[in-house]
Design a protein around this ligand. Structure first.
Ligand SMILES: *Cc1c(COP(=O)(O)O)cnc(C)c1O
Length: 397
């Protein structure tokens, strides 16, 4: 997945364009910029990449999720359904708006279970957030049908899935709004950055204004622009956008390398009958940023994970024991450890977490190993790695 591995002259040239004219801000200063509008150019590129009518670049993936929700009017007291397996950013982004994250089980896609979503819908539910984890996707047709039936927003967090598709549609472009991250470890990086995409013009305009203090961006001098509504500063800088512009042009190259490396590892592990790969929904194509597989039980997965470390196979995660990606270790959320007071409504809304168990999620995550696919590996290195992985697994089962 990591775009940080492949950096070079293209990135340097783009950044130097910005440094040479000295305008690091994405808006205004028209006369000083020598025609360089890196954020705008990157938005145009991404419209094409995502086959989406509108793209708003922002400062991070976490900001993108908050902005997507806010742009569609989700706020205080609204419930947002999200998966137990994701990055902590998912609930952070919801809680920032005073909304309530409702965690529900995943299925063997490692994404939201449609049955669990249906069971969690209440009068307060406003949105369903599917997180396209580790380069693949949830059961999008089923999730979409549920949202249509109950008149709910479908938000797609595709931060880890750029380049993946479902029935020929880019992941991120299937829901009402899609979110991407270009942080340092994502497939393409700006250093820090993110994007909100939508085919809905109103949501896009809201995202555009909201991420820049509510500025209307009608093209006047910044000081003369008005503020139709309240916003914040979630802008991306020209420097970050410049890096992203060089990177996005290399996306097809990155995806091809990921696919080659993924297939070598997958073919090797396929020889072991106890290894079962994660389900990719019919019509889905992964971005090959991770190789995910299940082992027979928690003990075997724990031992395999240890064996990988001992034999130098890095970048493989047993998320069951990971602090950042699975509900089991989210004590700061469960105990509501906040720097500042949280509303009674949100406290009340999160009470379910004191007692709720997630047996189905445990069933999958306890047995899952997720291996990052790197871009810098040579073919010989991937083959050596595949051999070590097979040996490490066979030593346990
Ligand atoms: C990385 C990530 C985010 C947050 O992106 P940042 O740019 O780091 O804020 C959100 N969701 C998922 C699934 C991610 O992997």
């Amino acid at each position: 997945m990591p775009g940080f591995e492949l950096f070079g002259d293209l990135e340097r040239k783009q950044v130097n364009d910005v440094l040479d004219n000295g305008v690091l801000m994405r808006y205004g200063f028209d006369g000083m910029r020598n025609g360089h509008w890196k954020a705008k150019e990157l938005e145009a590129e991404l419209q094409n990449t995502f086959q989406s009518k509108h793209v708003q670049l922002v400062s991070s993936g976490t900001a993108a999720v908050s902005i997507a929700l806010a742009s569609a009017g989700v706020g205080a007291g609204d419930e947002v359904i999200m998966p137990t397996f994701t990055f902590v950013a998912s609930f952070e982004a919801i809680m920032m708006l005073g909304a309530i994250p409702i965690l529900v089980d995943i299925d063997d896609t490692l994404c939201l279970s449609p049955e669990a979503v249906t069971a969690a819908i209440t009068q307060k539910t406003k949105a369903v957030m599917v997180v396209q984890m580790c380069g693949s996707m949830g059961q999008m047709d089923a999730l979409k049908a549920i949202c249509d039936k109950h008149d709910l927003l479908l938000i797609e967090d595709a931060c880890q899935a750029i380049g993946g598709t479902y029935k020929n549609q880019p992941l991120g472009s299937i829901g009402h709004l899609g979110c991407f991250s270009f942080d340092f470890v994502k497939t393409i990086t700006c250093g820090e950055g993110g994007a909100v995409i939508s085919n809905n013009k109103d949501y896009y305009i809201n995202a555009d204004h909201y991420s820049d203090h509510g500025h209307d961006h009608v093209g006047l001098d910044r000081g003369a622009e008005t503020h139709p509504f309240l916003g914040y500063n979630f802008r991306i800088s020209e420097l970050h956008a410049a890096v992203g512009l060089a990177q996005v042009k290399r996306l097809p190259e990155f995806l091809a390398i990921q696919k080659r490396n993924y297939n070598i590892l997958r073919d090797a592990l396929s020889q072991i009958s106890e290894v079962v790969f994660r389900t990719v929904p019919d019509g889905g194509v992964e971005n090959y940023g991770f190789l995910n597989f299940f082992l027979p039980d928690l003990e075997i997965a724990t031992n395999v994970s240890e064996n990988f470390k001992e034999s130098g196979v890095d970048g493989c995660f047993h998320y069951y024991n990971n602090n950042w990606h699975y509900v089991r270790k989210w004590d700061h959320l469960k105990k509501l450890k906040s720097l500042f007071p949280i509303s009674e409504e949100v406290k009340e809304g999160l009470k379910y977490l004191e007692t709720k168990t997630f047996k189905t999620s445990d069933h999958y995550i306890s047995r899952n190993i997720s291996c990052l696919i790197k871009l810098s590996w040579t073919e010989a290195e991937v083959k050596r790695r595949a051999g070590k992985m097979v040996e490490a697994i066979q030593n346990v089962i």
